[in-house]
Design a binder for this molecule. Structure first.
Ligand SMILES: [Zn+2]
Ligand SMILES: [Zn+2]
Length: 240
């Protein structure tokens, strides 16, 4: 089966912590220059820039998967991926309703810029996006599934906003088939963690907030073709 270079966790300028240069054309051009085949744009709790990033990539040999990085009620980050822009946007609209009513303070947290594929600013998002939603990690899977998507825990090796930081381990329920590990070399040096090699697909993405942090051609998935369906097939099945 062919191998495709991926980076499935990239923030745009919609995320307050995302650099202003993370515009839709800049993201796809940098991904193309770095030789990636498949990327996902995953802003915090919103999908308002996914369509623009997908459109910006139309002329490139690059697949853009629309995504969202959700902050659950437990403050766990999860990467959620969707089959198309419509389903991601509908899921995003639903998730935004679960945000606490806390306004963004751009001077403190950064701008949350909504943009089209030509870098035309079409708006800003008023509420602070990375805040925890009132959706538990247990409820998240079903919610994302109802929009045709799937999800898995993000950067489980980080000391904050990760499922291990919150629960002390990856609990058996809710069951995930994939785990994102930011630094697998370091993480698996700890023999305690070797159990996560068994049964899970380990995904390593950049979590880029700046252009230069987008992954090089270094992480690969074996897929029939670089599509959402093939990605779901690979990342939603448990390894035995
Ligand atoms: Zn995160
Ligand atoms: Zn992130």
């Amino acid at each position: 089966m062919p191998r495709f270079a991926y980076d499935l966790h990239i923030h745009s300028c919609l995320s307050p912590c995302g650099d202003a240069l993370m515009t839709p054309p800049n993201i796809v051009n940098m991904a193309y220059i770095k030789g990636l085949d498949i990327i996902a744009v995953t802003d915090h709790n919103s999908a308002r820039n996914v369509r623009a990033v997908m459109r910006a990539a139309e002329a490139l040999p690059l697949t853009v998967i629309p995504g969202i990085e959700v902050t659950t009620a437990e403050e766990i980050h999860a990467v959620c991926l969707f089959p198309d822009a419509d389903s991601a946007e509908k899921a995003g609209e639903e998730l935004e309703k679960h945000l606490p009513p806390v306004k963004n303070r751009p001077e403190y947290f950064g701008e949350q810029i909504i943009m089209d594929e030509n870098e035309e600013v079409t708006g800003t998002f008023p509420l602070l996006l990375p805040n925890a939603l009132d959706v538990s990690i247990d409820a998240l899977q079903a919610l994302i599934g109802s929009f045709g998507g799937f999800c898995y825990p993000a950067h489980i090796d980080r000391s904050s906003n990760s499922i291990i930081a919150v629960f002390g381990e990856v609990p058996p329920e809710p069951e995930f088939a994939s785990l994102e590990v930011h630094d697998p070399q370091r993480f698996f040096e700890n023999v305690e963690n070797s159990r996560y090699r068994e049964g899970f697909n380990i995904v390593t993405s950049s979590d880029a907030h700046r252009l230069q942090d987008i992954s090089e051609r270094e992480h690969f998935l074996e897929l029939r073709e670089p599509s959402f369906d093939c990605l779901r097939g690979a990342l939603c099945s448990r390894l035995l």
